[in-house]
Design a protein. Structure first.
Length: 243
């Protein structure tokens, strides 16, 4: 967190002693500054904290944006997001973890998103599976591609427990996914790339597409290797500007 980042927005009561420390929380900036949208949400409505209300402003360090609360949800005020990808969050993968969940990834601010993973490695060669919220059924997907040797590869999954989304291995973990409508009450659709660096002759590059057969509104997702663990690397979530 930066020097101005806050973890609460205090509300003072009649007769309370106003200390220098109280004043310094907001003296550094006229707008409360938060590391992420997670710390922003946690700063309102608790004991001794301000109730979130229409007109509230906030600055988010992770994405360098100013947001306002319209009485229902947070919307982005600036900088301009016209026609671009805007970083929402960056999550560092820990050491030898069996899965990683990214919370508060999706919201009303964006309809469509890009998710990337780079760096780090898997303890063994494995598929990287992708699930939305707590949904463990109704995933439909298919893939088509080619091995470095020229051999074609194709297949699919019907009513699965997750998306087959990418690859992890000792050479690295790689994911580049576009995801459509995860927060909207509509079917969520994905389009992603799978690259396995296995060897010079048996590595594979695949295109994968699929959808979840429900209209659930999601805010979070989880990445889980089909075997082994993940260590290191960063999961980044970007929002496609709606206009």
């Amino acid at each position: 967190m930066g020097a101005n980042a806050q973890t609460s927005v205090p509300l003072f009561t009649a007769g309370e002693v106003l200390t220098a420390a109280n004043q310094n929380i907001s003296a550094g900036t006229g707008v409360p500054v938060f590391a992420t949208t997670v710390t922003r949400d946690a700063a309102f409505g608790g004991s001794g904290e301000k109730v979130l209300a229409e007109g509230q402003l906030a600055y988010i360090e992770a994405s360098d944006i100013v947001q306002y609360y319209d009485g229902t949800s947070w919307a982005t005020l600036g900088p301009s997001t016209s026609g671009g990808l805007n970083l929402i969050s960056a999550t560092t993968i820990g050491s030898a973890v069996s899965s990683v969940t990214v919370s508060n990834a999706f919201s009303a601010t964006y309809d469509n998103y890009r998710i990337t993973v780079n760096g780090g490695s898997g303890s063994t060669e494995a598929n990287l599976n992708f699930t939305l919220g707590n949904t463990a059924t109704g995933y439909y997907w298919s893939y088509a591609g080619v091995e470095w040797s020229g051999t074609t590869a194709f297949g699919g999954g019907s009513n699965q427990t997750s998306f087959f989304a990418a690859s992890t291995q000792t050479k690295g973990t790689f994911l580049n996914m576009d995801i459509f409508n995860p927060f909207l009450s509509d079917e969520t659709v994905i389009n992603t790339r799978y690259v396995n660096l296995k060897t010079a002759t048996t590595g594979t590059s695949l295109s994968i597409g699929g959808f979840v057969d429900n209209t659930t509104s999601y805010t979070a997702f989880t990445l889980t290797p089909s075997s082994g663990t993940l260590t290191g690397g960063t999961i980044r979530v970007y929002g496609y500007a709606n206009s």
